[in-house]
Design a protein around this ligand. Sequence first.
Ligand code: ZN
Length: 328
Amino acid sequence: MAEGDATGSAAPRATRLADGVWLLDTRFAGSPATIGVYLVQHAGAADRFDLVEAGPAVSHDAIRLAIAAAGFAPEALHTVLVTHVHLDHAGGAGTLARRYGARVVSHRIGARHLADPSRLLASARRVYGDALDTLWGVMESVPDDLLVAVEDGDELEIGGRTVRTIHTPGHASHHAAFLWPDGACYVGDAAGVRLPGSDVVRPALPPPETDLEAWDESLARLIDARPDRLRLTHYGEVSEPLPHLAHVGRKNRAWAEAVLAWVADGMDEAGIVLELDRLARAELVAAGADAATIRRHLATSDAAMTAAGLLRYWRTKRPERWRAATGG
Ligand SMILES: [Zn+2]
């Protein structure tokens, strides 16, 4: 496979997106172009840089190699901004803080879990069991003096530029996007998942906090911010933000309504997982995705996770619709 083809084994560790901006590949679980970390060079200090997202703890060495591939020394890391505290985005934040003295920026609601990840890890252990540490690595806490908690509208000085925080709950209550003055908006999972290899946008709707009403408001806030381009953690750049953001909202709803219709048909959770898996594959096949791309998509947000997230959403956030569907 050609060097530079992001879907192949020769996928680059670091891809230059613009002047002073690289997309680093964590190659999580051997899967290229699935979980990304962005490197942004400081204005006026050529050797210094910041990261958006910390990646999983287990990917620390891969991220170090990717930083080197972009031409930087890991020791020159200054700040890590995490969009939310799920393990694929912030699992490695404590390690980066402790090794390089980097400060870590997070929405206020997520910051306490970075300072003390025990509750986060207990809930992850319920999902992954004993495989947690091997799969994701050991999540270290971020020392208090390196933790920076932000709120919606906060402006921070990052690498010589003013970066605005946009609170974007929906995927998680503590999710935030970061808007750089050049119009690039780092959106984490708030703009869904779109992997190289197809144009399909896949909803990212995990338990326990998926909230579609909050998500719609977040999408409206992102649209109001008029970003010039989006940078998705899964995975890469979207050059037409407005149609993409509108599409994410429609796609979230379509999948949520499909799940509620299956509930109304009397289907149990195991049946819904199978139907969602079938739906996701059919969308990818219809869009011409190859087998490797489909595998990477299913690894990013599997059907069991999505089913659990949406069932919980209907039960807890929209009990009137849930009762109407279940007749209870
Ligand atoms: Zn994610």
